[in-house]
Write a protein that binds this ligand. Structure first.
Ligand code: TMP
Length: 244
């Protein structure tokens, strides 16, 4: 269905949200802007928006087909998708299968340690505060979600991880960790929102053991490894080709 792009509702670091003629829906534009370290590092990567839009659409469809509710409705164009208008829950929910990134910077846990069960880390979604990590006590104090909603978010995140881990394994990719965001739709259901792409997931190529070459996600940008777009293209290529 053709939707009409209305006024800009919100602009984030990697996406713009526009109203559309149906008040329950929004148009989400995926930008080429790349940022890291709370936008202290910035660049523009031509083609990233369209890759992330297509990758996210495929992964949202995969989740929906496995019974996980998401905000995704349909692709609108190369860089736009139609999604449910949601109330954003200001949490960044990170789940880690293999230790790397901030976990290894901030604790003595060794790079590459398998985390079984996967580790769930919660962050408060607030750019001005630099998305600080939350303790259970702080989460309660902030009153963002109640216990039942938090249990549901944790269960959904673990289910999404199981689905995606198995799926990417079949594409010869290790799903190292990723970040999810959630919201509530007009009927009050908690849904997976935002995006699922190499911007917010870490993927390691199972066919490559070199610790730098195997990286196929935004760490290539964060660590100045080059080949950012090629890595994102490789992820989409494997999704489109399917399991071998
Ligand atoms: P971290 O190791 O830097 O904490 O990142 C964990 C995962 O979360 C990784 O897949 C990248 C993703 N992430 C985001 O999507 N947004 C962010 O702002 C940060 C810090 C991480």
């Amino acid at each position: 269905m053709n939707h009409i792009q209305g006024s800009l509702i919100y602009e984030g670091k990697a996406k713009r949200i526009f109203a559309c003629e149906n008040p329950d829906l929004v148009l989400i534009e995926f930008k080429n802007d790349a940022t890291a370290f709370n936008a202290k590092k910035r660049s523009e990567i031509e083609g990233k928006g369209s890759l992330n839009c297509k990758i996210s659409a495929s992964l949202f469809k995969l989740l929906e087909s496995n019974g996980i509710p998401t905000h995704f409705l349909e692709l609108h164009s190369e860089t736009f998708m139609i999604a449910d208008k949601i109330n954003v829950i200001p949490l960044e929910v990170v789940i880690r299968n293999i230790a790397t990134g901030s976990l290894c910077r901030e604790t003595p846990i060794n790079q590459g340690t398998i985390l079984n069960p996967p580790l769930l880390d919660l962050y408060y979604k607030d750019d001005e505060l630099g998305d600080p990590i939350l303790t259970e006590g702080r989460l309660k104090l902030l009153n963002i979600v109640d216990n039942i909603q938090m249990d549901e978010i944790e269960m959904m995140t673990r289910s999404v991880n199981n689905i995606l881990k198995e799926y990417f394994d079949s594409l010869d990719l290790l799903l190292v960790d990723f970040k999810l965001e959630f919201g509530t739709n007009s009927s009050g259901t908690i849904v997976v929102a935002d995006e699922i792409s190499p911007d917010n997931c870490r993927f390691w190529d199972k066919k490559n053991s070199d610790p730098k070459q195997r990286i196929l996600d935004k760490d290539r940008f964060r660590q100045d490894l080059g080949g950012v777009l090629d890595a994102y293209e490789e992820i989409l290529k494997r999704i489109e080709k399917g399991p071998s």
